[in-house]
Design a protein around this ligand. Structure first.
Ligand code: G3H
Ligand code: 13P
Ligand code: NA
Ligand code: ZN
Length: 328
């Protein structure tokens, strides 16, 4: 059944586990997530970005997720809008039938300019007021995703702060977080701790100076009852990079967020863990391999089948690793 995000996160907090939130853009990704959730008995969070809505079309995305809900009636499914850039976009998602929205007021509506704190409070509060009347959950974001190595904001997905950022911008302040939650009454808070979107997060396996689990602990100590969200949480498996390279791809050396760091974060209030890139890498690796090994094949079903399987394996692993399995 379609459920609110709040319902799942409350249960996860009570039982001390985390839930991966996978981005979806097409049929095979939706199927992969549902098959993995079914096999592990896991609750599901599927999220669609503005880019996803543009790629698939709103109606197609809505009905893909509805088909997932109908096909697996025993599993709870959240249909979440990822990175809403304005109250208007969030309203649109609510009208479309989403059960949860993210109002990302850390940036202005252009998706590039770092917003004032007052602006963030104002737009997030507006969305909470309209959403809560309808039983819809709201995720907000405080702080700027970006690299503590280069002090640059997100670049890869064309959404992220421009220019050089300060340490204060790249790490969410616990006191400000407490004020933000109090003023907005949001359900889940996305925080900045040194992660960024896409494949190129870290130039080496991250240590505490560039991925601050310590900051999560400080925020959790100040806000023990707030559900925290980690964006940019793909682990960027080295085997997938190697497979992509082995079959003609060009990917530079890069490192993601190690699963064991996420597991530590789950002990300190992180309940929703956003993952898009790992599924992209898995599908690309599988398709590259298939086409290289089967140069005469041309039926898309033949290469989308291993791509779906590879996406499913990522989902199966994360459901097990985050303790989600068994809670569907
Ligand atoms: O926000 C980041 C997610 O990975 C979605 O990416 O905007 O390319 O769909 P996207
Ligand atoms: P990744 O790019 O690390 O998968 O992060 C996805 C995300 O945060 C979507 O909001
Ligand atoms: Na989100
Ligand atoms: Zn994100």
């Amino acid at each position: 059944a379609l459920v609110s995000l709040r319902q799942l996160l409350d249960h996860a907090a009570e039982h001390g586990y985390g839930i991966p939130a996978f981005n979806v853009n097409n049929l095979e990704q939706v199927q992969a997530i549902m098959e993995a959730a079914h096999e592990t008995d896991s609750p599901v969070i599927m999220q669609a970005s503005a880019g996803a809505r543009k790629y698939a079309g709103e109606g197609f995305l809505k009905h893909l997720i509805q088909a997932a809900v109908e096909s697996y009636p025993h599993l709870p499914v959240v249909m979440h809008q990822d990175h809403g850039q304005s109250p208007k976009i969030c309203q649109g998602a609510i009208d479309l039938g989403f059960s949860s929205v993210m109002m990302d007021g850390s940036l202005e509506a252009d998706g590039k300019t770092i917003a004032d704190y007052e602006y963030n409070v104002d737009v997030t509060r507006q969305v909470v007021q309209m959403a809560h009347k309808l039983g819809i959950t709201v995720e907000g974001e405080l702080g700027c995703l970006g690299s503590l190595e280069t002090m640059q904001g997100d670049k890869e997905d064309g959404h992220g702060a421009e220019g050089t950022l300060s340490m204060e911008q790249l790490l969410t302040d616990p006191e400000q977080a407490a004020d933000f939650v109090r003023q907005t009454q949001l359900d889940a808070l996305a925080i900045a701790i040194g992660t960024s979107h896409g494949a190129y997060k870290f130039s080496r396996k991250p240590t505490g100076d560039i991925l601050s689990i310590k900051r999560i602990k400080e925020i959790h100590a100040r806000l023990p009852n707030t559900h925290l969200v980690m964006h940019g949480s793909s682990s960027v498996p080295q085997e997938l990079l190697a497979e992509i390279r082995a079959f003609g791809g060009d990917m530079k050396e890069t490192y993601g967020v190690p699963v064991e760091e996420i597991q530590e974060a789950i002990k300190y209030g992180v309940r929703k863990i956003n993952i898009d890139t790992d599924i992209r890498l898995a599908m690309t690796a599988a398709i590259r391999r298939f086409l290289a090994e089967n140069p005469a094949k041309f039926d898309p079903r033949e290469y989308l089948k291993p791509a779906k399987q590879a996406a499913k394996e990522i989902c199966l692993q994360r459901y097990q690793e985050f303790g989600t399995a068994g809670h569907g």
